[in-house]
Design a protein around this ligand. Structure first.
Ligand code: DGT
Length: 140
């Protein structure tokens, strides 16, 4: 059997935390995954570090200057013919007020309400793991 070689797209996303709330943004109506709620972030460009890419994306998309925290989780996902490697970083500190430079809307969502959003499948599949790494396994 021949193995299919895939081209990977590395993506960084931010788990921007304010206590029990996380910041999510609604993707524009044009482009991939229109209208879906995502954790802000984007593709790592050639030559960038993951942290550098996330810092750039959050400045572009939200207009904030962040201190990128720990890498909390990684996952791979195939969709629409592409393979993504997604790295999720925690962000607890930033300067500025997040703005809708890129997203249709942004909002703070309580961790218990995240599963009610239309999230990318890649995120829905790992949501429980994500919440566990961020908040522990205690009662929410
Ligand atoms: P561009 O400018 O269209 O080449 O792309 P970027 O760098 O603005 O990034 P974007 O957001 O289009 O690419 C991220 C890819 O990862 C996109 O195919 C959607 C997918 N993805 C899956 N889950 C997430 C997530 O939680 N956040 C973000 N930002 N992307 C996600």
């Amino acid at each position: 059997m021949t193995k299919k070689k895939r081209n990977w797209i590395p993506v960084v996303t931010a788990l921007i935390r304010k206590g029990d709330q996380l910041l999510v943004g609604q993707r524009p109506e044009t482009g991939s995954l229109p209208g879906v709620w995502e954790f802000p972030g984007g593709k790592i460009e050639a030559g960038e570090s993951p942290e550098g890419a996330l810092t750039r994306e959050l400045k572009e998309e939200l207009g904030i200057d962040v201190e990128v925290g720990d890498l909390k989780l990684s996952c791979t996902h195939n969709y629409e013919g592409v393979s993504l490697l997604i790295l999720f970083f925690e962000v607890n500190f930033w300067k500025g007020e997040p703005k809708e430079n890129h997203h249709t809307q942004i909002k703070w969502v309580h961790r218990d309400q995240l599963h009610e959003l239309n999230l990318p499948q890649a995120n829905r599949l790992i949501l429980e793991r994500l919440l566990k790494t961020l908040y522990g396994s205690g009662k929410r």
